[in-house]
Design a protein around this ligand. Sequence first.
Ligand code: NAP
Ligand code: ZN
Ligand code: ZN
Length: 354
Amino acid sequence: MIPTLSYAATSASAPLKPYSFDRRDPREKDVVIEILYCGVCHSDLHTVRDEWSKGTFPIVPGHEIVGRVTRVGKSVTKFKEGDLAGVGCMVDSCRECANCKDDLEQFCLKGATFTYASKDRHDGTATQGGYSNHIVVDEAFTLHISDKLDLASAAPLLCAGITTYSPLKHWKVGKGSKVGVVGLGGLGHMALKLAHAFGATVVQFTTSPSKREDALRLGADEVVLSNDAAQMKAHAGSFDFILDTVSAPHDLNGYLRMLKRDGTMTLVGLPDTPPKIEGGALIFGRHSLAGSLIGGIAETQEMLDFCAEHGIVSDIEKIDIQNINEAYERMLKSDVKYRFVIDMKSLKSDAKAA
Ligand code: NAP
Ligand code: ZN
Ligand code: ZN
C-alpha cells in the first residue's frame, strides 16, 4: 500500500480537510505518479457539495493532474520512472463496448470509471482524485505531457482543455466559423484560446465587465456583456456554433436565437437545475441544442500535443492546498483568473504538522 496525503470532503456541508489514506500498490499495467500540480475544476465543487447527488464521502476531488512517474507495474510499456505524466477525469472503462472501441471511453456503455467519486472496476474501492500527493492509474488512462509546457499551467488542460477541445473539433470549428463562448471561467478561457487557435472568429459572452480586456487578450474578436440586451441583439441569427460553459442556472433561449440556420449550441456547463427550453428558439432556424462530456483518451493526447505545439496553456493562479476552501468561495463569485492550480508541495506542511 502507498500511504497518501490529501484533502477531502467528509460530507456535502464540510469544508475540505487533510485526509490520509492508502493507494493500491501498482497492478501490472499501473503507473504510480507523484502529483506536482492539480487544477481546481468547478466539477470538484459541484461534487463535494453533492450538487449532482453522486457522492459517497469522503471524496478527494481533483482531475487535472500532472506529475512524475515514480514506479511502474511490470507490464507497463508507455511510461518509465521519471517521465512526466497527466491524468484527467477518467481512470478506466470497460474497453470492449462500441464506445470504448471508438476511443470514446467517456461514454463507456458500462460506465467509465471517473478519477474520483467512482468505483474501481477491479476491487470496488472508491476512486480518489488529485488533491493528493500520489495517484496510481492504468497506463492506458495516463497521458504524456510535453516538457515544453509550464507544468502548473498545463494541468487544467486535462479537464478544461479537453472538455472544450472535443466539442470544437466535433462541430468542426475552424476558419470561417463564427463561434460564441458563454462564460469566461476555467473552461471558457480554454474554449476561447482553442477556438481562436483553430482560426474561428470568436465572440466571448460574459457577465463580468472586468474580464473584457482579458477576453480580448486571450483571443476574442469581440466581447459581449450578456446582461446588455442591445449588445446581445446585435448578434441575432449569426453564430455557427456556441459553447456554453456556465456553471450556474441561466437563460439558454437568448443564445439559441443567436444561432444561424442549422447552427448548434453545445452545453458543457452542468448547473444543478435543468434549463427551460422554448421550442421556438429551436424550431425557428432548425437549431440544435447538444451536450458534450470531456473527451476520449486518444483525443486528450491529441489536444495535449496540439497545445504543446502551439504553446497553449491555462492562465492560472497557483494556490497552496490549505487555501482550497477560500478558492471555492472565489470560484462561486466568478473571481478566478482563470484557473486555480494547487501546488502539491504545500501538502508537505500538513504532513509535518500531523
Ligand atoms: P468556472 O471556472 O467557475 O467558470 C464558470 C463561469 O460561468 C464563470 O466564470 C462565469 O463567467 C460564468 N457564470 C457563473 N455564474 C453565472 C451565472 N449565474 N450566470 C451566467 N454566467 C455565470 O467553472 P468551470 O470549471 O469552467 O466549469 C464550468 C461548468 O462546466 C461547471 O458546471 C462544470 O461542472 C462543468 N464541466 C463540465 C465538463 C464536461 O465534460 N461537460 C467538464 C468540466 C466541467 P463570467 O464571469 O464570464 O460570466
Ligand atoms: Zn473538470
Ligand atoms: Zn466501454
